[in-house]
Design a protein around this ligand. Structure first.
Ligand code: SF4
Ligand code: SF4
Length: 451
């Protein structure tokens, strides 16, 4: 039976925990947010370092400009990301969810804000249950306003990856933000506030597809956060004389109180567990106080927990080797392609609207539409030449000046000798050469029609 979705009524108030995993989580929140928030502000050779321009359909990546014709590189990046996620999940389980997923990161930030204005979990729980008064209004108002402000900045930053960030922010005071920019910034802000500020763990439990299909990527040697049942059970409080009648678990419930997913890890592996490890920190602290060995809850694998078997090495896991090889091959192919890629492109299209015609000197002339793309930031001058069997000349513009990061479109005519070429279609090549760096040359092929 499907689990019913409870939203605010079942709100969790996770306790703050301290320890290795909590510190790593804080570190990841800071690093990922700094990367996300600062990247659109970084300039590279006078232009925004990372930006996808929808108008010109260009992706700018630290001096590299990708055109729609470079879609293959974008596809390669997506393949690498997908394979990387498969490999990472197979080895490390849901560590992505617990440490880097935007939903987790934003939820953690919203919890920091909530703690700052509304106090520790017990105070928040009591206040939420109490009737509205000045204190509740003030604290909750400040907390929600801060969450909204943070969400708005997040939305604006996201739009800054598509629209020049500095211009976007400079236009804010005068209300010069475009309609679509404002629409997407507000939409993303609204979703951040709703999903991370209010729905929180419900998103992981009921909405995230990754949580659902990750099971197929797991195996018995995948790292999971696990409770050592053999050592912990039967659980129970210590006797008054300090002795332990049962297993190591003193049933203090701290592991449950700190869990941001609101689950009890002692009930075994559950799909709701995001692998954040804060229950490990909480339990280790309890074990330290009891002078017992740490690790009653620990990062381990199903095989290791049940049979005490050490996890196999990377090379003993064929699936991991296959994923890693595929990633390596895609990265190499992509790097080789980018290395050989010229910073300009030419597109040649035979003009089907213009018939092949005979010139005054008896040659056959075909018309072509040519587009030159210059991905360098500075203006460039190019020369164009047509070649092929029977090609005797071309009517081309002499010097082709293309503005920096711009394109030029024009028509050319290519003439061929009917004494050399028979009736039909014949291949020709159109070469584009940079006048300043003649070694930079790209060639496109097309066909010439002889009627
Ligand atoms: S059970 Fe532990 S690792 Fe899993 S979500 Fe809860 S606190 Fe995080
Ligand atoms: S924190 Fe450790 S000792 Fe306390 S209930 Fe959880 S598993 Fe048991």
């Amino acid at each position: 039976m499907a689990t019913p979705i409870h939203f605010v009524s079942n709100k969790l108030y996770p306790k703050l925990s301290r320890g290795r995993f909590s510190h790593w989580r804080t570190g990841f929140v800071i690093v990922t947010q700094l990367l996300f928030l600062l990247t659109p502000w970084v300039n590279w050779h006078g232009q925004q370092a990372v930006r996808f321009d929808f108008d010109s359909m260009r992706l700018y990546l630290f001096g590299l400009t990708l055109l729609p014709q470079d879609f293959i590189y974008l596809a390669a990046m997506l393949i690498i990301s997908a394979l990387g996620l498969f490999l990472w999940t197979m080895i490390a389980g849901r560590l992505w969810c617990g440490f880097s997923c935007p939903q987790t990161v934003y939820t953690e930030i919203m919890l920091w804000i909530e703690r700052l204005f509304e106090g520790p979990p017990n105070a928040r729980r009591k206040r939420d249950a109490a009737p509205w008064g000045a204190d509740k209004l003030l604290r909750k108002g400040a907390s929600q306003a801060s969450m909204l402000l943070f969400s708005l900045w997040t939305g604006l930053t996201l739009v800054g990856y598509f629209s020049p960030m500095r211009q976007l922010v400079a236009g804010l005071p005068a209300g010069q933000t475009g309609f679509w920019e404002a629409f997407f910034a507000l939409s993303y802000a609204g979703f951040t506030w709703l999903l991370a500020g209010h729905l929180r763990e419900q998103v992981c439990k009921h909405m995230c597809p990754y949580a659902r299909f990750q099971g197929v990527m797991f195996d018995r040697d995948t790292l999971i956060v696990a409770y050592d049942e053999q050592r912990g059970e039967p659980r129970g409080a210590r006797r008054k004389d300090g002795s332990q009648a049962q297993g190591s678990c003193v049933d203090c419930g701290l592991c449950v109180q700190v869990c941001p997913a609101g689950i009890d890890i002692r009930q075994g592996l559950q799909y709701e567990c995001i692998g954040c490890g804060v229950c490990i920190d909480a339990c280790d602290e309890v074990m330290d106080k009891l002078a017992a060995p740490r690790g009653l809850i620990r990062l381990s694998t199903q095989n290791a927990m049940e049979q005490g078997a050490a996890p196999p090495s990377f090379w003993q896991r064929p699936r991991a080797v296959v994923y890693a090889s595929l990633i390596g091959t895609t990265v190499l192919l992509m790097a080789a392609g980018l290395w050989q890629r010229e910073p300009f492109r030419v597109e040649v299209l035979r003009d089907r609207a213009v018939m092949a015609r005979e010139t005054a000197d008896g040659y056959i002339e075909n018309a072509y539409t040519v587009r030159i793309f210059n991905t360098r930031p500075d203006a460039r001058t190019y020369t164009l030449t047509a070649a092929g069997d029977g090609v005797v000349g071309q009517r081309l513009p002499k010097l082709l000046q293309v503005p920096g990061d711009g394109e030029l479109s024009f028509t050319i005519n290519v003439m061929a000798d009917p004494a050399v070429l028979a009736k039909g279609s014949h291949p020709i090549s159109i070469a584009l050469q940079d006048r300043h760096t003649p070694e930079d040359k790209v060639t496109e092929t097309s066909r010439i029609l002889m009627p």
